[in-house]
Design a binder for this molecule. Structure first.
Ligand code: XMP
Length: 515
């Protein structure tokens, strides 16, 4: 999103949260790379500049950042590494840390300096080793850490502020007040972000392709649902949603998709490809091979259906609508991601590869939004709350929740146990207290007693986690009474299951899905 508030990303894992917090305060901002920032500032004047944190040390970084500070009137906020660059430029001294400050720390406000809503002492999130040891010229000290280190500096007469801690992280209790102080009091900016702006910005994208034929690989999940509902208001009958039934869905997914067909204006066509998927997956045990097969089969089925549809209706699709969100966009921008050699843990399957293969242009109206903003937009568009607040469900579905080889019977076991878990979460009003909840079929047999007889049957694992973005996750603590009920119902009602276990592994080291 274009904005005249630039956030120069030095690679901190928290950079995106600065945009997030600015929006909560009613301001837009734009994350850009360091190279882009240095290039742009030669010709364009932003209204404010934020220099983010980053993993590097000023002792190894030889880049000349002076252009970020050459305009005396430009408001600049330096966070962590950003403050150290600032400290160096303004002739302070940055020292290598002997022992860094990581995690929660106490922040003390220097007497005489006041930020509205921010008390004299509060908790902040620190993550640094180097620190500013001698105040830069014309700066005053405004915050100190409990170790007596410089934690915040402000220029005496220029609109320049440096913070050693991370105000954008929730652990920094008064971070929002401090950011608001920068935006409102130091930079004197006017608010320019609201849910109305958000809707308008997204609608602009749809308006730009009005009159063209647009295709949507519809999953019924929050992102594709909100993207399609939004675009339908502009594109009407030119938007076609195709839903591929791979047979690896849960009963609740079928239920939702039928309701969406019935209750929304969306033109949703279900492609029954259950047999094809089962056939393609026959004999496959390896998780990566299964994921690849599901992804490949999806593309084959989808492409074939679209070509048939185009031929029979005499139309040609020009755009593919995708529910891509801002975190995905930023991830592909980040210098870490670009340069880093990250290993593939799992090949995620969505609709990757489709646009190039089918020569379609992309329509991504949600690409500036965070998940919770997408949800509130969904509500604003009049969608039902339980559609908009559904748990995430992976593209390969039950395919990665039956461990090892799939069969119609093993899929049934997961479908039935998942339905029980879903019903009980709703019944106990616990659905919203976990980010994701599902069952996994373990391909091991254990001995049990059913009635008076010996049972030798398979095991279902329950997986319930809380997370913000799926990158890390912690196990959801749920009441024993609820777990007991779920376990007892699964053993009694799902044929072939005698034992239920609860997975208590966080991510890392476990991933959320088992395969
Ligand atoms: P993992 O298992 O990688 O999962 O810890 C993180 C989150 O991503 C979901 N997931 C997927 N989502 N396509 C998707 O759209 C996939 O192939 C896929 N694999 C995992 C998972 O359910 C969790 O929310």
């Amino acid at each position: 999103m274009k904005s005249s508030v630039w956030i120069v990303d030095f690679g901190s894992q928290y950079t995106m949260l600065i945009t997030r917090k600015f929006r909560e305060l009613g301001f837009t901002s734009e994350i850009i790379t360091v190279e882009e920032g240095l290039q742009r500032i030669k010709t364009t004047k932003p209204k404010a500049l934020v220099l983010s944190g980053g993993p590097q040390s000023v002792f190894e970084d030889t880049t000349d950042y002076s252009s970020f500070f050459s305009d005396e009137n430009l408001p600049v906020l330096g966070i962590c590494y950003g403050m150290q660059i600032m400290g160096q430029f303004f002739q302070g001294k940055v020292e290598k840390g002997v022992q860094g400050e990581y995690g929660l720390a106490k922040l003390r406000t220097v007497p005489g300096f006041l930020i509205p809503g921010c008390p004299a002492e509060s908790d902040v999130w620190m993550s640094h080793s180097d620190h500013v040891s001698v105040l830069p010229k014309d700066f005053k000290l405004i915050f100190q850490s409990e170790n007596g280190l410089t934690a915040g500096i402000k220029h005496e007469y220029r609109p320049v502020l440096g913070l050693q801690f991370h105000p954008e992280v929730n652990h920094t209790v008064h971070g929002k007040e401090i950011l608001s102080f920068f935006l409102n009091n130091i930079a004197g900016l006017k608010q320019d972000w609201s849910s109305r702006t958000m809707l308008e910005t997204s609608l602009e994208e749809a308006r730009a392709v009005k009159g063209k034929k647009v295709l949507c690989a519809f999953s019924g999940g929050v992102d594709s649902l909100v993207a399609a509902t939004l675009c339908e208001t502009v594109l009407k009958d030119d938007l076609y949603c195709f839903f591929v039934d791979n047979g690896l869905l849960r009963p609740q997914d079928y239920h939702t998709i039928n309701l969406l067909q019935e209750k929304t204006n969306l033109n949703i066509e279900i492609i029954d490809a259950k047999e094809m998927f089962l056939k393609a997956l026959h004999g496959q045990k390896d998780p990566e091979q299964k994921r690849k097969t599901i992804g490949k089969t999806f593309i084959e089925v989808f492409e074939k259906k679209v070509h048939e549809f185009e031929a029979s209706h005499g139309i040609k699709f020009e755009y593919l609508l995708q529910g891509t969100l801002y975190p995905d966009v930023i991830e592909s921008l980040s210098p870490h991601q670009k340069g880093g050699k990250s290993v593939t843990i799992k090949s995620h399957h969505n609709v990757g590869g489709l646009p190039e293969r089918m020569h379609l242009k992309l329509l991504e109206p949600l690409r500036y939004l965070f998940k919770d903003e997408v949800r509130s937009m969904g509500m604003e568009l009049g969608l039902q709350r339980d559609w908009v607040y559904r748990h995430p469900f992976p593209g390969p579905g039950i395919g990665v929740r039956v461990l090892g080889e799939l069969s119609a019977d093993s899929i049934r076991k997961v479908q039935e146990s998942d339905q029980i878990l879903f019903e009980e979460l709703k019944e106990h009003k616990l659905y919203d207290s976990t980010w994701q909840a599902f069952t996994v079929l373990l391909p091991v047999k254990t001995v049990g007693v059913k009635g008076d007889g010996r049972a030798y049957e398979e095991v279902i694992a329950l997986r319930m986690v809380n997370s913000q973005d799926g990158m890390t996750a912690s196990v959801t603590e749920l009441p024993w009474s609820f777990l007991n009920k779920v376990s007892s119902r699964i053993c009694n009602e799902v044929k072939g299951i005698t034992r239920v276990v609860y997975d208590i592994t966080s991510k890392p080291p476990g991933t959320i899905e088992w395969e």
